[in-house]
Design a protein around this ligand. Structure first.
Ligand code: ADP
Length: 349
């Protein structure tokens, strides 16, 4: 009997301990039942999510936040999200996550990431401002270099050619950084119908022009579908993959551009029989300025920003980049689109 009482006391003490640990958490914790109603929340949830305990016991969160970004996030399925404004103060930015536990129960977790968001914004602004400020002086230098005629000073002709090439490279880096800044500032892009057949034809011609007959170029279009999105941005992303395939494939190799249906949507892919990439580099290729071989990238006019741009463009189209590669054999870069982004070419969606 005494032993039972002692066990109950111990359990109660443990429960109180757990409760006060959860209450002391700086992150907001909300326990939800199977219908998304509040079972319990800690003081941080009261501060960050404007819930009141015990008044809000049983409140359905989707109704409470019906007109707020958190409501939209819950309706969208509650996948981890960054930079969601807090209900009480939009300047407070939250990382929110829904974690399933027990039987149909879920834990809503919200963390204040305002400081990180601000730092991220400072970084974005800094890169955008520096790139913008560099643009004009570089254009002036490049313009004067173009005016100089190597025939006037033959001894300096190789120097002049190198200066022109380097100033062109700097201009390209600045343009790519500005493109990235522009893409980072956007939450979404206008959705236009992007006609794939003419775009694929242009990409094929572009590959041939870049290759100068050094590779065989094949295009396979079996999807019978167009995309919904931004024609300019998609064109730039698809073109980037084509240009990489040409640049990283030795003479005599083959490049195949494919647009085909899958069970979940459609895929645009570029396959080459080029140098390939060792497995340890693959996950890092979309980082800015990440290159497997700097000399090979620079030698072919690369800025190290192409795949970052591709990743951003795809994110804005709810699409993913898949990279498969084998060293010495070649690579396939695939842009994976959901069915919601497709319009079949006979007009039906
Ligand atoms: P870069 O301007 O250097 O080509 P990217 O961002 O387009 O920059 O690509 C990053 C790196 O990924 C490249 O430097 C190269 O090492 C590697 N890479 C990209 N595409 C290919 C490819 N088709 N085959 C082999 N390596 C590639």
């Amino acid at each position: 009997m005494n032993a039972d009482r002692a066990r109950v006391r111990r359990l109660l003490a443990q429960l109180r301990d757990l409760r006060s640990a959860a209450a002391a958490q700086p992150d907001a914790l909300v326990l939800l039942d199977g219908d998304g109603r509040v079972r319990w929340c800690n003081p941080a949830a009261q501060r960050l999510l404007q819930l009141a305990w015990p008044r809000d016991r049983g409140v359905a969160l989707s109704e409470r936040y019906a007109d707020h970004a958190i409501g939209a996030w819950l309706r969208g399925g509650g996948a981890d999200a960054d930079d969601v404004p807090a209900p009480a103060d939009a300047a407070v930015r939250l990382h929110v996550a829904l974690i399933p536990y027990g039987q149909r129960r879920r834990l809503l977790l919200a963390r204040d990431i305002s400081r990180m968001s601000r730092l991220e914004q400072v970084r974005r602004d800094f890169v955008a401002n520096v790139s913008h400020e560099l643009r004009t002086p570089l254009t002036v230098i490049h313009g004067y270099l173009e005016l100089l005629d190597p025939a006037d000073v033959p001894a300096l002709a190789p120097v002049l050619a190198e200066m022109r090439a380097q100033s062109q490279r700097m201009r390209q880096i600045v343009e790519d950084l500005l493109t990235l800044s522009r893409l980072e500032m956007r939450q979404n892009l206008p959705e236009e119908r992007v006609e794939m057949a003419p775009m694929l034809e242009t990409l094929r011609k572009e590959a041939e022009a870049l290759s100068h007959g050094r590779h065989s170029v094949v295009m396979e279009d079996t999807a019978g579908a167009d995309l919904l999105g931004s024609p300019t941005e998609l064109r730039s992303a698809f073109g980037n993959l084509v240009s990489n395939a040409v640049r990283y494939t030795p003479d005599g190799g083959a490049i195949t551009i494919r647009w085909r249906r899958t069970t979940t949507g459609a895929e645009y892919s570029v396959t080459d029989t080029g140098y390939g990439i060792a497995a340890e580099h693959i996950s890092r290729l979309t980082e800015r300025f990440y290159r497997v071989s700097s000399s090979r990238s620079r030698g072919t006019g690369g800025t190290g920003l192409g795949l970052s741009i591709v990743k951003h463009v795809l994110n804005l189209h709810d699409a993913k980049l898949r990279i498969e590669s084998e060293l010495g054999k070649g690579s396939t870069f695939t842009c994976v689109f959901d069915a919601t982004r497709l319009v079949t070419t006979n007009g039906k969606e």
